[in-house]
Design a protein around this ligand. Structure first.
Ligand code: PHE
Length: 348
């Protein structure tokens, strides 16, 4: 029995040297001294010994147990010390190291332009409104003095939605933002000063056209509004968005929903409107911005207002076009804006 106990201790001493970490050490201790361990196994045999002998063996077994425990303790301390000494190294963090850059993005150039344009008009009291981008024929055409089958509709290469006609006609992808004119008059009391920036759709794609683009529409309705007000607002916009040296010009044109109607031109930024013969950008000293005019009496009527009391102006043109005409912005092809090529977008 004594020999068995000696052997047990020697086994432990041998095995404990091979232990690599704390968990293994714990396991080994359990194997020897645990409830189902080797020591317990030997103790069971003690029951069969005579009283005298059992005392002696019992005391000896205790000694063995204590010495195993103390060896165990030594090793445990060693592991603890080791762990402590490498802790600083393991848990070291360089707080001066620069953080990982997560690549902050920015708004798309068209979104930037929309924000800027909205802001410029807000400063002279034009409130931003939104009209549907998929709307009834009535708001996109008919209420704008464009009856069904009127040839002037052909100017708009419209996408019609394949859906049942309603009281207000077919459903269309709005070809311009002018659908906001009557919609705003229906819901707001004059004086009205609104700006609507939205998506428009036309069947067209080439270097200066995309099937989905943005327009902004301005509308002012009040008593005694005249062309002078229109010209003042357009000049203010041109100078603020394009630069203080830019001028605007109104050229007679025709729209069904304005009378008189104009094309709005802006003096060329490249030649200042002076060297138009040699200028590669404008050729005539002026660049065409978009359409404008005094709201047609029939449109004012469609908006539920009396054209003998109220008058107003409206204007509307493309956001992309406006952005591309800004000095220093050299976008040769409008389609580049929608190619989702980061090398392009990141330049803004
Ligand atoms: N809706 C017209 C277009 O898309 C522009 C316009 C708006 C003209 C308002 C006059 C008044 O061409």
């Amino acid at each position: 029995m004594k020999n068995d106990l000696e052997e047990l201790k020697n086994d432990f001493l041998k095995l404990v040297k091979e232990v690599g970490d704390r968990a293994q050490l714990e396991e080994l201790k359990n194997e020897f001294l645990g409830r189902k361990g080797k020591m317990k196994g030997l103790m069971k045999d003690m029951a069969s010994l005579a009283n005298e002998e059992r005392k002696v063996i019992g005391a000896f077994a205790n000694e063995i147990k204590e010495s195993i425990e103390s060896v165990f303790g030594e090793h445990e301390e060693r592991f603890a010390a080791e762990e402590e000494s490498t802790r600083a190294e393991r848990e070291w963090v360089d707080i001066s190291e620069p953080g990982r850059f997560e690549g902050a993005g920015h708004l798309h150039p068209v979104s930037q332009a929309i924000g800027e344009i909205t802001d410029i008009f807000a400063r002279v009291g034009f409130t931003a409104v939104r009209a549907p981008e998929i709307d009834w024929d009535y708001y996109a055409f008919e209420s704008l003095n464009l009856p069904k089958d009127h040839p002037a509709r052909d100017d708009w290469e419209t996408f019609f939605v394949d859906a049942p006609e309603g009281k207000k006609g077919k459903i269309v992808l709005t070809p311009h933002t002018s659908n906001s004119q009557v919609r705003t008059m229906e819901t707001q009391e004059p004086p009205i000063r609104m700006i609507n920036i939205g998506r428009c759709y036309r069947r067209q794609i080439d270097i200066t056209h995309v099937p989905m683009f943005h327009q902004f529409e301005g509308l002012m309705i009040d008593k005694g509004v005249s062309v002078t007000h229109l010209k003042g607002v357009l000049d203010y916009f041109a100078k603020t968005y394009f630069g203080p040296d830019r001028r605007t010009r109104l050229r007679p044109h025709h729209f069904r929903f304005t009378e008189p109607s104009f094309e709005v031109d802006i003096s060329c930024g490249a030649c200042g409107g002076e060297e138009h013969e040699n200028c590669r950008v404008c050729k005539a000293g002026w660049l065409e911005l978009g359409g404008a005019g005094m709201v047609h009496p029939n449109v004012i009527k469609a908006g539920g207002l009396d054209p003998d009391v109220y008058s107003g102006f409206a204007f509307g043109w493309g956001v992309e076009r406006t952005l591309m005409m800004r000095s220093g912005i050299k976008i040769g092809d409008i389609r580049t804006l929608y190619k989702n090529d980061l090398r392009f977008v990141k330049q803004f």
